[in-house]
Design a protein around this ligand. Structure first.
Ligand SMILES: [Zn+2]
Length: 260
């Protein structure tokens, strides 16, 4: 078929902006792929991978974890679709349900899923993001075990021998709590990504307060719980040199194909 010129329609009307013809092979989204890498590091240790629910009760998201009523995450950054219900603001929101299910016994689980905060997006953060959080409950655990879990996380993500540090940092549900710094994977002598420090913070964790355990059915003082977690989009930024994490939510296969 042709128009008045006689030239084939397909030739005359070609749009160079269209994707090439032919079958297009799908691939795992880079965020999911990274979650799989973290899971592969911990499932050999007996961790069960659990989907983080998109919705949580305000009680599990805040009250059980010890967040005060005037905490900024609670008062300013939370989407609340119904009274007493919130869009999960952090992966720790899934921990109370796991504890109630396991109490008074041991637990090893890795929560993975989307979290939401009512804030303006930037190249470094977004209103929707993905977190992974491991939680372990068993008697006799201590800080060396927590260090071992952090080492497993860093090794699984950046390879054996990648240097990391813990620094004290307070969270409502941990005592003590720590932030996890790693050697900047982008530079050797300082760069904008690490603000010239040579280190970047990629995660957090700590020993869960006994109040969290008792609120979920554990006898007081009888066992110990550790948790550790990280945000995946931040890690992808470091791992792939991504300049704007919002691109991970753009429906453009040309962006996603760069992660092969
Ligand atoms: Zn750097």
């Amino acid at each position: 078929m042709s128009l008045r010129t006689g030239a084939p329609v397909a030739t005359r009307l070609r749009d160079p902006g269209l994707p090439p013809a032919g079958p297009r092979v799908g691939r795992v989204h880079p965020v999911v792929s990274l979650a799989d890498r973290i899971a592969e590091a911990f499932t050999p240790l007996g961790f069960e991978v659990v989907d983080l629910p998109l919705l949580a009760t305000a009680a599990d998201n805040f009250d059980v974890l010890g967040y005060p009523a005037d905490h900024p995450t609670r008062t300013r950054l939370t989407f609340s679709p119904a009274d007493g219900v919130v869009l999960t603001t952090h992966s720790s929101a899934g921990v109370p349900a796991l504890l109630r299910r396991a109490a008074p016994g041991p637990l090893r689980a890795l929560l993975v899923g989307s979290c939401f905060r009512n804030e303006t997006g930037s190249a470094y953060s977004n209103s929707q993001f993905t977190q992974a959080e491991g939680v372990v409950v068993q008697p006799g655990l201590g800080l060396p075990d927590l260090a071992g879990l952090f080492d497993r996380l860093v090794t699984g993500l950046f390879g054996a021998g990648h240097r990391w540090w813990l620094k004290r940092s307070d969270y409502p549900f941990t005592a003590p709590g720590f932030a996890l710094d790693i050697e900047c994977p982008v530079c050797e002598d300082g760069c904008p990504e690490c603000r010239q420090r040579g280190r970047v913070e990629i995660g957090a964790g700590g020993v869960l307060r006994d109040e969290v355990l008792t609120a979920c059915g554990y006898p007081p003082g009888r066992t110990t719980a550790l948790s550790f977690g990280c945000s995946l989009e931040r890690l992808l930024r470091l791992d792939y040199g991504l300049t704007d994490i919002r691109e991970l939510l753009i429906n453009d296969t040309r962006v996603l194909e760069q992660f092969d």
